[in-house]
Design a protein around this ligand. Structure first.
Ligand code: FMN
Length: 233
């Protein structure tokens, strides 16, 4: 059992982490659900809070500890490297924040627990492709898995682990088997014998300029759109 630990106060984490270890968990996922609403809090302070929480939990337990990250850092890659250096055993990319909606009829703010869609996998997939082979920490993909194709794409980007919540809530627990069967069928069709052969095949190559790589992807996407029948939009 992997236990998920949510919260924001560094001091409160260690007791919970020990209790989780004592209860028999084999790993801990730290979900630092923290979006600073206070404009006086600097980006460095936000990063430091993540590192501090990780260090305290790592100091309190012997279990592997994964950190579930927000996608909202100025430099997500550097944040990932800081957590890697602080001993994160895995990074989960990314957390999905529940953003309330506004009802313009009742003039009220409405809490919203919408499930994810595959289009949302693009951001975590891009970061997994950029970080693949550059960290000690394993990379777990989270957000936007609906069908086997989404599993395949995350593995091609370089994910060690692929997670899904929304698809299981939509289709029920049996969907997990359908995802795995679909992945096996895809691997057979494509001539892959092992997941290891798939993993990272489309990651950003080591030694390449990741910023230039991203820019090139953006430019070619615009070129393709311009060349399409419908124009760019
Ligand atoms: C009903 C529900 C409950 C969730 N509870 C938690 C939670 O307790 N801790 C956590 O880290 N994430 C929680 N999440 C977020 C999911 O773990 C996941 O990050 C998010 O749903 C995006 O992944 P998905 O596309 O696979 O759904 C929850 C999501 C849903 C829909």
């Amino acid at each position: 059992m992997i236990a998920s630990l949510n919260g924001v106060t560094p001091g409160g984490w260690t007791g919970y982490a020990r209790a989780i270890e004592d209860a028999g968990a084999v790993a801990i996922e730290l979900n630092v659900y923290y979006l600073p609403g206070d404009p006086d809090v600097s980006g460095r302070e936000v990063e430091q809070r993540h590192v501090e929480i990780l260090q305290r939990v790592k100091g309190a337990v012997t279990l592997p500890v994964a950190v579930k990250l927000s996608p909202y850092f100025s430099s997500t890659g550097e944040m990932a490297r800081q957590l890697d250096a602080a001993g994160a055993d895995a990074l989960v990319l990314f957390n999905r924040f529940l953003q309330p909606d506004v009802d313009s009829e009742s003039l009220s703010v409405v809490p919203n627990l919408g499930l994810s869609s595959p289009a949302e996998a693009r951001l975590p997939r891009t970061w997994i492709a950029l970080l693949y082979g550059r960290l000690h920490a394993a990379l777990a993909a989270s957000t936007g898995v609906e069908g086997p194709d989404d599993l395949a794409k995350y593995l091609l980007a370089g994910a060690d682990v692929v997670m899904t919540t929304s698809s299981l809530l939509r289709h029920g627990p049996k969907h997990a088997a359908a995802l795995l069967d679909g992945l096996s069928a895809w691997m057979e069709r494509k001539g892959f014998d092992t997941v290891g052969e798939v993993r990272g095949k489309l990651a950003v190559p080591l030694g390449s300029d990741a910023t230039a790589h991203e820019r090139a992807g953006y430019v070619s996407a615009l070129r393709a759109a311009n060349a399409s029948e419908y124009g760019p939009w």
